[in-house]
Design a protein. Structure first.
Length: 104
């Protein structure tokens, strides 16, 4: 099992999750022309630290909660792992997509 970054992150990519991951398994890239982030399913240790760090609730704690994006995370891992790290967005930065709401 592994945690999964869902479609909510697409075009948002706050990056706060990266700061708290103890095994550095969250990687940035571009998907469908938008900024995105994935979790490497082979490295994730299911610690749960990333979920409360995401301001728009874009991470789920099980593959079966979003099988489509679980596959996308896995498929993009090798490519995204090669990308340089990204800066986190400023504190309080509002979501870019109207469908997303900040949860804190
Ligand atoms: S904190 Fe949330 S929106 Fe930001 S990169 Fe991580 S999953 Fe995506
Ligand atoms: S559950 Fe833990 S190990 Fe897995 S991506 Fe989130 S912070 Fe990293």
């Amino acid at each position: 099992m592994a945690y999964v970054i869902t479609e909510k992150c697409l075009a948002e990519r706050y990056g706060d999750c990266v700061e708290v991951c103890p095994v550095d398994c969250i990687h940035p890239g571009t998907y469908k022309g938008d900024v995105f982030m994935i979790i490497d399913p082979k490295e994730c240790i299911d610690c749960g630290a990333c979920i409360p760090a995401c301001p728009i609730d874009a991470i789920v704690d099980a593959v079966d909660k979003d099988p489509e994006y679980a596959k996308i995370n896995a498929d993009l891992t090798e490519e995204f792992k090669k990308n340089p790290k990204i800066e986190t967005r400023p504190p309080g930065d509002q979501p870019r997509k109207s469908t997303n709401k900040r949860v804190f």
